[in-house]
Write a protein that binds this ligand. Sequence first.
Ligand code: ATP
Ligand code: MG
Length: 429
Amino acid sequence: MNRVEDIYKAYLQCDSVSFDSRKLSGKSLFVALKGTKTDGNAFVKQALDTGALYAIADDPTLEGTDRVFVVDDALTALQDLARHHRRQLTIPVIGLTGSNGKTTSKELFRSVFATRYNAYATRGNYNNHIGVPVSVLEIKPDHQIAVIEMGANHQKEIEFLCTISMPDYVYITNYGLAHLEGFGGVEGIIKGKSEIYEYARQNGKTALVNIDDAKQVEKSVGISRIITFGTSDRADYQITLNATKPFVSVKFRDHIIESRLSGGYNFSNIAAAIALGAHFGLSIDEIAQGIAAYTPDNNRSQLVNTRKARIICDAYNANPSSMEGAVSNLAEFDGVRVAILGDMYELGDYTDEAHQYIADLCEKLRIEEVYLIGEYFGRVKTDKWKKLSTTEEAVEFFKSYDPNDKTILVKASRSMALERLYPILGIEA
Ligand code: ATP
Ligand code: MG
């Protein structure tokens, strides 16, 4: 018997996979990964003492320890284990990637499928070279369908993640301007995301394609099975926008389907979930129930009414495309609109142009008040908008700000931590 089969037998006795020796269930498989500061190998013995049933480690001095599999590289062993598990699964697996909207789409897919099936979906944002194998290993024998989110910030990453998740259905949410630096420009992003199509082409899998996105249509040519959705009557599943305020609703087969998501850019996320639900035989009622049941509570496009104002909490993350979508959405609200925007990272040479573009867009869309926070926005040329150099400075500034009756968008890259403004703007924790 080879090593992966040995480890797989151990995995089957466990109920979870863990890297943190402080967070173990009674039957964990502990994987000793190397972080930037710590080496999991140092915690193997403690993990086995405090709950782990087995451990995978790559420190040769642990050789011979009871219940420890010593391998050349623990991360590779984890990925091989996930591949082995994936090959045993016979349920449909949907794999999705894209620049923006992966987690939102994934949650909508889960919510729709859950109305009929025991559906698995990636936990949180666990979408990288560690998260994808863990997600695959979380698919249990009683799951009937699974959705795996795959993220990437450089070439060949999606190709690699597909070798682990081996999706039967693939979907790209969109090609946007995210991780420009790592991908090497716009063409690089399109190429990198399209690796999921290449996988589908080579392995005879099915692609879900947004017919309104010319790039998706172009790049998916040659895939043997394609399911299309979108506003065109040429789509297999025709879905049109009904309203965007306060939440997005869409029309499908003469029914209005209401979501709890704010922002017109969520249209394609919702439409994709409807198309997939319909493809898997769900009724319109089930689909509608699934879409309505998903309320974002994760700081992504979350609309919160406070006593004094309406806040669009989108401080989870930002890049030029999602920022443009969010500002355009804000512009659609009535009354005084306020954009509190923080720096966008990972843009390389495109940094100044992108920040200038967003500041100018706010002016073009006649947003009443704009606050630009951070070093990059600090370099923008504008005599109209207020600049604040750091999140700390913004926190101080907004302490004396009156949000009265305004609609306020808060958005920035993750590390700006602009959610620190929420309590100051009147959102209760
Ligand atoms: P990550 O790369 O962090 O995993 P993600 O692709 O999973 O991100 P989400 O977390 O679903 O994306 O959404 C992040 C933000 O992207 C949202 O808050 C929203 O501002 C924006 N967004 C969501 N869907 C779209 C879309 N279809 N087009 C453009 N922007 C979108
Ligand atoms: Mg995500």
